[in-house]
Design a protein around this ligand. Structure first.
Ligand code: F6P
Length: 518
C-alpha cells in the first residue's frame, strides 16, 4: 500500500530537491547556460502591463524552474492567492486579511466597496484642497506611512500642479525643521498619517508642527490637519474634524498602504486622475497575478526566483539599482516591503526556518552607484544578486545623449557582471604583470535581472509596485511565512520606552545613556 504524501512531505521533498539542484548547478557558468539553451531569453523574460522583465542572467535553468513550481504547489501558492483576493485571513498572527488589492478594485466585493467609500471621501477632500490657497503640504508619517508616498511624489510629482508636498518621517527634529523652514504657516496643511495613530515619531512631529502653526498665528492649528489612519476614533479624540479624517481598513498593512488615503499627497499634488491611474496600473498586475499560471506569472516567477537565490543558492543580498532618477527612492521603499515582510525566522505555524527567508535588500541609483559601490559587485567576494530597473522613455527633455548613456550604462553593467574578464585577457592589458592582471581580472558569472518599463507614469509605477508586492507575497508563501506581520520591530520600541522611563540596562547601554545625559 502506498502511503499518501502529506503537505509536509511534499514541501520537504521539493526543498531537498531544490537544494541538491542548486549545489549541482553552482558549477555551470551563466554563459554556458546561454550556450546550451537556445530559447533561454524567451523562456526567462516576460512582458506584462508595461513592464518587461529579463531574468535570463540569473543562475537558474529549466529543471530549477520545474522544482520551484513543485515547491509553489506544495506550499499551496494558488490557495493562498485565492485567500488573499477573497479577503480571508492571510496574516494569522494578527488574525487579519490583507486587503490592499481591494483599494485597487480587485478583491472581495465587500472590501472593494469599503475601499470605494474611502476613496469618495478622499476625492472630495483632494478637490477641496486643490481648489484652496494651500501651497504646502507637510505629510508626517513613518515607515509605510512615509516611504510609499515619498516615492510616489518623487517619481511623479514633477508633473503636478498642486501644492508642494514634503514628507517628514524621522523623529530627529532636523527633518521637520528643514521642511518647516520652506513653508508659510498661513498656507500650509499638515497631513498626519499613521495607521495606529500612536506612533512615537509621528505624534512627536505632529505636536511640533502644530506648535509651529500656532506660533505662526494660526488660531486653531488642528483645523489645519488632515488625519489618515485606521484608528479614526483616535484622530477624532486628537481634535481633528470628521471631514478631515480619511480612514482606511485595519486590513491594509502599513507597507502596503500607499493605495489607500496614505497616498494622499500624490493626489493633492497631481490630481485625482493620476492617483486613479496608479490604482489601475496596480490592478492590471493584480489580475495578472491572480489568474496566470506560475511560468508566465511575472510577480510569481520573480518571487520564486528570489526564494531560489536567497534560500537555495544562499545568496545573502539583493542589490536594486534604479537607472532612473525618478525612482531613486525605490530601494528604500523595497527595503521595508521586502525585509519587514519576509525578514522572518519562523513559519506561520511557528516552526523554525532552515535557511534564509529573504535576502538583505539594498541598492541605489545608477549611474551614481557605479562610481561608488559597483567595485564590490564586480570584484568583491560576496555573492550578490543585482537587479536593474530602467525606463525606455526618457524623463528629461535635455539632449538625448543623457538617456542613451543612462540606459547603455545600465545594460553594460549587467553584461559585464556576467561576462567578466579572464586573467589572460587582463595580463595582456597589464604589461605581463601578474599582480596587476589579478587586480584587473573579473570573475564574471555574477547574476542580475533587469526590469525595463516602457515609460514611467502613474499606471506603470502602480504596476511596478504591485509587482513587487505580489513577488514578496509569493516568496513568503513558498517558504510558509507570514509577510503581513512585523513583530520584530516591537522589542526595540519597548526598550526605547524603558529608556524614557529610566529602566535598568546592561553596562554598555547604561554607559551610552550616561554619556548622552539620558
Ligand atoms: O514599526 C513598524 C511600523 O509598524 C511599520 O510597519 C509601519 O509602516 C510604521 O511602523 C508606521 O506605523 P503607523 O502607520 O501606525 O504610524
Amino acid at each position: 500500500m502506498t502511503a499518501t504524501r502529506t503537505t509536509a512531505d511534499l514541501l520537504q521533498a521539493a526543498k531537498a530537491a531544490l537544494a541538491r539542484h542548486a549545489e549541482g548547478l553552482a558549477a555551470t557558468p551563466l554563459t554556458q547556460m546561454f550556450d546550451e539553451h537556445e530559447g533561454r531569453l524567451e523562456a526567462l523574460s516576460l512582458n506584462v502591463a508595461g513592464l518587461y522583465a529579463d531574468f535570463s542572467k540569473l543562475a537558474v535553468d529549466s529543471p530549477a524552474l520545474a522544482l520551484l513550481g513543485e515547491l509553489a504547489a506544495a506550499a499551496e501558492l494558488d490557495d493562498w492567492k485565492a485567500r488573499l483576493f477573497a479577503g480571508e485571513i492571510v496574516n494569522p498572527s494578527e488574525r487579519r486579511a490583507a486587503t490592499h488589492t481591494a483599494e485597487r478594485g480587485v478583491g472581495a466585493a465587500r472590501d472593494v466597496a469599503a475601499a470605494a467609500v474611502g476613496q469618495t471621501k478622499m476625492r472630495t477632500l483632494v478637490d477641496r484642497v486643490r481648489a484652496s490657497d494651500v501651497r504646502h503640504i507637510v505629510h508626517i508619517g513613518i515607515g509605510g506611512s512615509a516611504l510609499g508616498p515619498a516615492l510616489l511624489l518623487d517619481a511623479l510629482g514633477d508633473s503636478g500642479d498642486g501644492p508642494a508636498c514634503h514628507v517628514v518621517a524621522n523623529i530627529d527634529g532636523v527633518a521637520l525643521q528643514r521642511v518647516l523652514a520652506q513653508c508659510d504657516p498661513a498656507s500650509t496643511l499638515l497631513v498626519l498619517v499613521s495607521k495606529t495613530f500612536t506612533t512615537l515619531e509621528t505624534m512627536t512631529n505632529a505636536a511640533s508642527a502644530l506648535d509651529w502653526l500656532a506660533a505662526g498665528g494660526i488660531a486653531e492649528p488642528r483645523s489645519r490637519c488632515i488625519a489618515v489612519t485606521a484608528a479614526p476614533a483616535r484622530a477624532a479624540a486628537y481634535g481633528i474634524a470628521d471631514e478631515n479624517i480619511l480612514p482606511f481598513a485595519e486590513t491594509v498593512g502599513g507597507r502596503y498602504s500607499l493605495w489607500s488615503a496614505v497616498g494622499l499627497p500624490l493626489a493633492l499634488r497631481c490630481g485625482w486622475a493620476t492617483f486613479a491611474a496608479l490604482l489601475d496600473g496596480a490592478a492590471a498586475i493584480d489580475r495578472h497575478f491572480r489568474d496566470t499560471p506560475l511560468a508566465d506569472n511575472l510577480p510569481a516567477l520573480a518571487g520564486a526566483l528570489d526564494v531560489w537565490a536567497a534560500t537555495f543558492q544562499n545568496v545573502p543580498t539583493r542589490a536594486v539599482f534604479a537607472y532612473d532618477q525618478r525612482l531613486a527612492l525605490l530601494p528604500a521603499y523595497l527595503q521595508q516591503l521586502e525585509m519587514e515582510s519576509n525578514g522572518k525566522r519562523v513559519t506561520r505555524d511557528g516552526a523554525p526556518l532552515a535557511g534564509a527567508s529573504a535576502a538583505v535588500t539594498w541598492g541605489g541609483t545608477g549611474t551614481d552607484a557605479q562610481h561608488a559601490v559597483f567595485q564590490l559587485l564586480h570584484q568583491g567576494t560576496q555573492p550578490i544578486v543585482t537587479e536593474f530597473v530602467a525606463v525606455i522613455e526618457a524623463g528629461d527633455k535635455l539632449a538625448p545623449t543623457h538617456h542613451r548613456q543612462l540606459l547603455g550604462n545600465c545594460f553594460a553593467q549587467g553584461a559585464a557582471l556576467m561576462k567578466g574578464r579572464s586573467f589572460d585577457a587582463a595580463l595582456a592589458l597589464s604589461g605581463g604583470d601578474p599582480a596587476l592582471a589579478a587586480a584587473k581580472s573579473f570573475p564574471g558569472n555574477r547574476p542580475s535581472a533587469t526590469l525595463l518599463l516602457d515609460r514611467l507614469d502613474a499606471a506603470t509605477l502602480g504596476a511596478l509596485l504591485a509587482f513587487y508586492e505580489h513577488r514578496t507575497f509569493t516568496a513568503a508563501t513558498m517558504l510558509g511565512i507570514n509577510p503581513f506581520d512585523q513583530w520584530g520591530v516591537e522589542l526595540g520600541k519597548e526598550m526605547a520606552g524603558q529608556i524614557e522611563s529610566g529602566g535598568a540596562f546592561d553596562d554598555s547601554t547604561a554607559a551610552l545613556m550616561a554619556r548622552a545625559g539620558l
